[in-house]
Design a protein around this ligand. Structure first.
Ligand code: CA
Ligand code: CA
Length: 145
């Protein structure tokens, strides 16, 4: 059974962080990844909770997106802030979620995350193009809890 610490290798974590940095070069949106051991709650509900705990609701344009992973519970969700939700449909991230889940099932964890981060980045780019005064409002490091 994989734990939070060995879910991704150090090198794989760097690949994920690089994907986030690269996505954020094209959008003012902010992407974060949180990995924890278990959740009793439906993953989207827990993702929303973590989103607030990480203060991801504090971006100027309300355009943060959280990738939430519960390793032992084998749960995954993508949660986006109100700014995005207001302009899209609730199933907006479904294809990216499916991409991650299908890769996780094949033990291609980093591949799934990186591909989905790229795709989420493209969608964010359309909604929130990068601006010259952009700040990196949320850390690109992987959050573990
Ligand atoms: Ca930014
Ligand atoms: Ca960031």
């Amino acid at each position: 059974m994989s734990t939070v610490e060995d879910f991704l290798t150090g090198q794989e974590e760097q690949q994920v962080i690089a994907a986030i940095k690269s996505a954020e070069k094209n959008t003012s949106g902010e992407i974060r990844v949180h990995i924890e051991k278990t959740t009793e709650k439906p993953p989207l509900e827990r993702a929303k909770e973590v989103f607030w705990l990480l203060k991801m609701n504090e971006t100027k344009l309300q355009n943060g997106v959280l990738f939430y992973v519960a390793v032992e519970s084998k749960q995954f969700a993508i949660y986006g802030d109100r700014g995005i939700y207001n302009q899209t449909k609730p199933d907006f991230w479904n294809s990216e979620k499916e991409l991650v889940v299908s890769h996780f099932a094949k033990q291609q964890k980093v591949e799934g995350l990186v591909l989905a981060i790229e795709k989420v980045g493209e969608k964010l780019k359309n909604l929130y193009p990068f601006t010259s005064d952009d700040a990196d409002e949320l850390s690109n490091e992987i959050s573990k809890g």
